[in-house]
Design a protein around this ligand. Structure first.
Ligand code: FDA
Length: 426
């Protein structure tokens, strides 16, 4: 690649990342009279917004509490979320005439398309005079006068390359200067959508610690016989309670050919670490063991599968699931009358349905994860302004920080709230 042009630009604020938090911060800062540019290496702004919520963007939630977020410092998110409640964002969506609807648990989705949210953000940027510049690779960041550690004098210089994707030989080198630099580059999930570890590298450059990162809101994978069993049930969805020693979620589970997905599993994945066991109650509304023992006394000639097909009250477990469990867990007694099955064995089988213990081999990873757990250590960032405590005029917003939301619009709410808090300080 050869540089064919060099130019210099001066701004009050440079925001790296034209995603949810970056765009939201940009127009709020520009509305205050700041000269703002948003730089992004992608060819489109807000790519993750566009693919979110199955294309309809679950943009926030009516019920946002700090408990819906995880991070090493659980208090960090409170200030920004408290100062920017979800109804503030909803009011903006209303003002733009974007139709939306509520789904279960207070989740708000666009009626038509996630594109409405991106268009809203870009229109706000344009109206406020914030420039959004795409196809721009940042090659270097340096702090000017950083040795003085003085808020007044610290500025940043960015060297960038404006990449012409159609003609790889033509790259325009540019230099940007700004007083305030905002890192809004998100997490590592879905690299094909432009996710990079750039934000973590930039943070480390200025002395920040990065808490270990891993995929969150992501399906679980399994190997061996468990993997085969789960895969054979691909397509089945049912309401469950998924839990571990830390938390439980009463939500639907989905068997897939790769493992376990669905809201219950995605939520639990935020609280899971490799090597840990998870528990799934496949029949949350019924205590299966007492039913089996009662049936043994009342209808001793029945087969176990018949009892499970027909006698779980309002709970109807899919026949395919019962037959697959029979194949794997009680093949030896599948044609035995229930009267001849020992109580211990019935207790074991009952527990399979009410407390199925599983050890995932892993998750599908960043390829399909909705979020990244971990990130920039929030102990080194102001919870009021999102400014670095180590480098004046450097800010971090959105998912690059060690703040991860539950499924349900919480990650976008964090992007809006942290972007807004930062803009107030710029
Ligand atoms: P975001 O990822 O939005 O933006 C980061 C920007 O930085 C991108 O534009 C990227 O191109 C840019 N960038 C990265 N590296 C760069 C570099 N080196 N140089 C220049 N630019 C760079 N949440 C929710 O609340 N409701 C939902 O419905 C969903 N659904 C959903 C579906 C899927 C498939 C995914 C992957 C994620 C979700 N999420 C979600 C999560 C949500 O998308 C996410 O938490 C926010 O977009 C995070 O906002 P940020 O601004 O931090 O990063």
């Amino acid at each position: 690649m050869t540089a064919i042009n060099t130019s210099d630009f001066d701004f009050d604020v440079i925001i790296i990342g034209a995603g949810a938090s970056g765009l939201y911060c940009a127009f709020h800062a520009a509305q205050k009279g700041r000269r703002v540019v948003v730089l992004d290496h992608a060819n489109k702004a807000g790519k993750k917004i566009l693919m979110s919520g199955g294309g309809r963007c679950n943009f926030t939630n009516y019920f946002v509490e700090p408990e819906h977020f995880i991070g090493a410092n659980p208090h960090f998110c409170k200030s920004a979320l408290g100062r920017y409640p979800s109804w503030e964002f909803i009011a903006r969506v209303d003002a733009h005439g974007i139709p939306y609807h509520e789904r279960e648990h207070g989740q708000l989705f666009c009626d038509d398309s996630a594109k409405d949210i991106v268009t809203m953000l870009l229109n706000e940027c344009q109206n406020a005079g914030a420039i959004v510049q795409l196809n721009t690779q940042i090659t270097q960041i340096s702090a000017l006068n950083s040795s003085q550690k003085s808020e007044t004098y610290c500025q940043f210089k960015l060297t960038t390359q404006k990449v012409n994707k159609k003609n790889h030989d033509q790259t325009i080198a540019q230099t940007y200067r700004c007083k305030s630099l905002v890192i809004a580059t998100g997490g590592l999930s879905i690299p094909t959508m432009g996710a990079t570890g750039f934000g973590f590298e930039a943070a480390a450059q200025f002395g920040h610690t990065i808490l270990p990162t891993s995929a969150g809101l992501v399906p679980f994978t399994f190997t061996d016989k468990t993997g085969e069993l789960i895969s054979s049930l691909s397509g089945i969805s049912l309401p469950v309670i998924a839990s571990n020693s830390k938390i439980f979620f009463k939500l639907p589970l989905l068997f897939t050919h790769r493992g376990l997905s669905g809201p219950a599993m995605l939520q639990l994945s935020n609280y899971w670490h490799i090597g840990e066991t998870i528990t799934i109650n496949l029949a949350p509304e019924v205590d299966v063991t007492p039913r089996l023992l009662a049936k043994k006394a009342a209808n001793p000639k029945l087969r176990l599968r018949t009892v499970l097909f027909e006698d779980l009250g309002d709970t109807k477990l899919p026949k395919k699931l019962i037959l697959a469990f029979q194949e794997q867990f009680w093949q030896d007694i599948k044609d035995t009358e229930i009267a001849n099955i020992k109580d211990d064995r019935l207790i074991q089988i009952g527990a399979l349905f009410n407390a199925w213990q599983l050890k995932p081999s892993g998750t599908e990873g960043y390829r399909t994860a909705e979020v990244t757990r971990g990130g920039v250590n929030t102990d080194e960032v102001s919870s009021k302004t999102m400014e670095s405590r180590l480098q004046p005029n450097l800010y971090f917003i959105g998912e690059v920080l060690d703040v991860t939301g539950h499924l349900g619009g919480y990650n976008f709410q964090w992007a809006w709230a942290s972007g807004f808090a930062c803009a107030q300080a710029l």
